[in-house]
Ligand binder design. Structure first.
Ligand code: PLP
Length: 457
């Protein structure tokens, strides 16, 4: 009989954390504020009021270290939370590594990713504020699914602009949103001024998150009962995700281990922030000293190839200006399989701590990601979503390094979703049709040139 080794570190429902963590008050310097695009003055609550309910705006600018999770939100979370933390014994064996590898798995949620952690409170606060409908964009379809699910629980309508390339390649994601009651449009659409204008250019026909955001924002901004919900990037979204890291801290303690490397993929930064921020708090307090690594796609490398500048969150230029790592709001990444990572910018908070040197980043080509994903599936039995395969690829790089250097290494990675709706990507990989597109320097330069000039200081 094989020796007993623990694979799964679980928590009881009663052990689930009941507060979200806000990193901002613990930072050595505050992140630069969002700016009103007309006046270039710091954007105030009233600038966000057409888009978000006041409870969320207050969370966006909060200086409180902890925010209590409302009872009705906890009640929904308990359906799938606390989520499991696994030790990847069989992956370690396959790699022949001396590193210990753990993963925190968010694919157990109703949408199959971490996104419901913020979709549920966003729907809840909008319902409290009397909102009738939420609009949003979706890239891979994960966020749209999560928001449609959350809206169905709180009896809100939900209208979703799905990035064209994803709409065309993932009919089952669209259907899942529709099962939850969502209304889904292919973006760019004919339904909005932004969609008609941007959709006139054939270069935009595959769509992008930036374009889909413009469409959803336009509808919310022009209808009084309608608000907009964003699945990543903003401070309050990152904060809602910190339940992941708070649970992981308790679970690593149960495992009796301390991570030396914490890895997450970054599209807009929310699952990465959700796992890492509570550990960052512990590092700032001097309790632990892990390295934090953001894993991004080589074809949309906002941290490693973008600039740190004020830019729009969307392509049409309707949002407040945010200081972030950006490739330029006009940048249309190649239609790679990790649709959730095809965003031109990075969360201002993640960008800020990257500038402060508190985290590192690596850009990974997609074939290396799928090689990691297939090895992971064949050893751990979970088919990862294309996005977290970037984090798995980095985890494997670090595990190999540990074996070479002999340095004691404990890797914790965010497995933020399953890939059950992404099997077409695996089909391409397994049948030799997946390539690593190289984005030309000219294309990067052209998009960077569209970043609006903002006087510094
Ligand atoms: C949305 C999504 C991402 C990218 O968004 P982040 O805000 O960077 O987390 C990554 N993975 C999955 C599974 C997603 O659904």
């Amino acid at each position: 009989m094989a020796e007993f080794r623990q694979h799964k570190f679980t928590l009881d429902e009663s052990e689930m954390p009941t507060r979200w963590y806000n990193l901002v008050p613990d930072l050595p310097s505050p992140p630069p504020p969002a700016l009103h695009p007309g006046t270039l003055q710091p954007a105030g609550p009233e600038d966000f009021a057409p888009l978000f309910p006041m409870d969320l705006i207050l969370q966006e600018v909060s200086q409180e270290r902890y925010i209590e999770i409302p009872g009705p939100v906890l009640d929904v979370y308990r359906q799938w939370r606390p989520s499991p933390l696994f030790r990847a014994h069989r992956l370690e064996e396959a790699l022949g590594t001396t590193a210990r590898i753990y993963y925190k798995y968010e694919g157990v949620s109703p949408a199959g990713s971490h996104k419901p952690n913020t979709a549920v409170p966003q729907a809840y606060y909008n319902k409290l504020a009397g909102v009738k409908k939420l609009t949003t964009e979706t890239g891979a379809g994960q966020w749209g699914t999560a928001l449609a699910f959350a809206c169905s629980l709180f009896d809100l309508e939900c209208e979703i602009w799905q990035v064209g390339s994803s709409y065309d390649s993932k009919p089952y994601r669209r259907l899942m949103m529709e099962v939850f009651g969502g209304i889904v449009h292919r973006s760019p659409s004919e339904l909005t001024e932004a969609g008609r204008r941007l959709g006139a250019d054939p270069a935009n026909w595959t769509g992008s998150l930036g374009i889909a955001i413009s469409e959803a924002v336009e509808v919310a901004a022009t209808n009084p009962d309608v608000r907009y919900a964003l699945g990543s990037v903003l401070n309050h979204v990152l904060m809602h995700q910190t339940i992941i890291g708070e649970e992981a801290i308790l679970q690593m303690a149960k495992a009796g281990d301390t991570p030396t490397h914490i890895v997450g993929c970054t599209g807009g930064g929310s699952n990465f922030a959700g796992l890492t921020f509570p550990f960052l708090r512990e590092k700032l307090a001097g309790n632990i000293s892990p390295k934090f690594i953001a894993a991004e796609p080589a074809s949309c490398p906002s941290l490693t190839h973008g600039v740190y500048a004020y830019d729009f969150g969307d392509t049409a230029g309707m949002t407040p200006l945010m200081k972030m790592h950006t490739l330029g709001h006009d940048f249309i990444p190649d239609p790679i399989h990790a649709g959730g990572l095809r965003y031109h910018g990075m969360a201002p908070l993640v960008s800020h701590i990257y500038e402060l040197g508190m985290i590192e980043a690596q850009a990974i080509p997609q074939t290396e990601c799928f090689e990691a994903a297939v090895l992971f599936a064949r050893t751990e039995g979970i088919v990862p979503a294309p996005e977290p395969t970037h984090a798995l690829a980095v985890a494997i790089r670090e595990a190999r390094k540990a074996t070479e250097t002999g340095e004691e290494t404990v890797i914790l990675t965010a497995l933020c979703g399953h890939g059950h709706f992404d099997l077409a990507a695996y089909d391409d990989y397994l049948n030799g049709r997946m390539t690593d597109e190289v984005t030309s320097e000219e294309r990067f330069a052209a998009a960077l040139a569209t970043i609006p000039p903002v006087p510094v200081g």
